[in-house]
Design a protein around this ligand. Structure first.
Ligand SMILES: [Mg+2]
Length: 228
């Protein structure tokens, strides 16, 4: 039985659609003058700071100078997101509320977030569907640049809440990209992958996810993965 469940957000719980790219691009342009259209850039599974680093480094700026101005990008992007992110252009993915409702009622389960979004961005996205109330803690793009580094952060925060450590075998990471699978396995944790993002089920299977479902509705029907 998995006692600690760590959920990704984009492509797993919800989809924002194409509306976020211009909000991100505006923040990059305002701070760095980057004018790349971001067309074709693969955001999936990356942390927000790693997206900034990757995109701005290609313009020839050093990592140090980019990191120095990262807070400005974050501030501008989060302001854009707060005012610009429209629920009507988003999609709440199938089975999400039903599954979270069932899990939140269990005393033996702890639900957290493991997402590359900056914390406030995660909260803004989840707020559009009133999902913040299901998650007591998380690890975010504020905590690390590489997704793998978010796992120990989430484990530590979960342990603080519980007053005891979780063993990797008691944890399940739920996500939609190869990077979710990678960060789980790097920590000896199993991954439940859903094909509600941009990665096809066959690729998630080939990457070694322990469970692959079309969506969380289908996953919830195999409820004993989460809890017997
Ligand atoms: Mg995702």
């Amino acid at each position: 039985m998995h006692k600690l469940l760590l959920f990704d957000i984009d492509g797993t719980l919800l989809r924002c659609g194409p509306q976020v790219r211009p909000l991100f691009l505006d923040a990059l342009e305002a701070v760095f003058g980057v004018c790349d259209s971001l067309e074709g850039f693969d955001f999936s599974g990356r942390t927000d700071p790693s997206i900034v680093l990757e995109l701005v480094k290609s313009t020839g700026q050093t990592e140090e100078s980019i990191l120095l101005r990262l807070p400005e990008v974050r501030q501008r992007y989060l302001a854009n997101l707060e005012t610009g992110l429209e629920r009507r252009r988003m999609q709440l993915l199938p089975g999400v509320v039903h599954l979270l409702q069932r899990l939140i009622g269990r005393q033996d389960m702890l639900l957290g977030l493991l997402t590359g979004n900056w914390q406030q961005g995660a909260s803004i996205k989840l707020s559009r569907f009133d999902l913040n109330r299901y998650f007591r803690f998380g690890a975010f793009g504020d905590d690390a640049i590489e997704r793998r580094e978010l796992v120990p952060v989430a484990m530590r925060r979960a342990a603080d809440l519980r007053g005891d450590n979780f063993r990797p075998e008691d944890v399940l990471i739920i996500g939609d990209t190869l990077r979710d699978i990678d960060c789980a396995h790097a920590a000896g944790i199993a991954c439940l992958a859903v094909a509600t993002g941009f990665t096809k089920a066959e690729h998630l299977k080939a990457a070694g996810a322990e469970w692959v479902f079309n969506d969380l509705e289908e996953a919830a029907q195999a409820m004993d993965i989460f809890a017997p």
